[in-house]
Design a protein around this ligand. Structure first.
Ligand SMILES: [Ca+2]
Ligand SMILES: [Ca+2]
Length: 186
């Protein structure tokens, strides 16, 4: 069974920082050392660790966090929290790979999303064999974006909810439904 959940309190779990441009996601605690960008603490308590793209002197750089290879029996759900605060904010996207179509984007956000942690949930097609986060810093230092509390569930929302079956779903709504489903399954 694939285990993609991670709160970043101890390293990056199963995730690999591939740094295609030579720039790594940084794991930190507290703020990101720049004003008017980045979170002031992690998602769960404000006191723990999270990952972020350090944008100071690293403008328009791709940061990539890649899962191991896996196989799914059915659709699954991956949820996570992201923080994209700053007037220079770049783009965060979540991509899935399958052997027929290669990499495709299932979710993305661009630009300033305000100074708070936001939740997202993405349905992974059953054919998915790998996923990754692509974080690209923007044109200035106010583009420290952050990730925390990745959570993986083998279950996907049921197809009886038509609006839930598309790969891209409304953030808070799909999280709530995914959470309710997990409780049901347990
Ligand atoms: Ca910074
Ligand atoms: Ca954390």
């Amino acid at each position: 069974m694939v285990e993609l959940s991670c709160d970043f309190e101890v390293g990056t779990c199963a995730w690999t920082d591939t740094a295609p441009d030579g720039y790594s996601w940084w794991r930190t605690i507290g703020g990101t050392g720049s004003s008017n960008t980045g979170p002031s603490g992690d998602h769960a308590t404000g006191l723990g660790y999270y990952l972020y793209t350090e944008a100071s002197s690293r403008f328009n750089k791709l940061h990539q966090l890649e899962s191991p290879l896996f196989s799914l029996q059915q659709k699954a759900t991956l949820s996570f929290f992201y923080h994209m605060y700053g007037s220079d904010m770049g783009t965060l996207s979540f991509e899935a790979y399958n052997s027929e179509t290669g990499w495709s984007s299932l979710w993305s956000r661009a630009g300033d999303q305000g100074n708070s942690w936001l939740d997202a949930a993405v349905v992974l097609p059953a054919s998915t064999t790998q996923v990754r986060f692509n974080g690209r810093t923007g044109p200035g230092y106010r583009s420290d974006m952050a990730l925390d509390d990745i959570s993986f569930s083998q279950f996907a929302p049921p197809s009886s909810l038509p609006h839930m079956t598309s790969a891209i779903t409304t953030d808070s709504e799909s999280s709530r439904i995914a959470a309710a489903l997990i409780l049901q399954q347990e």
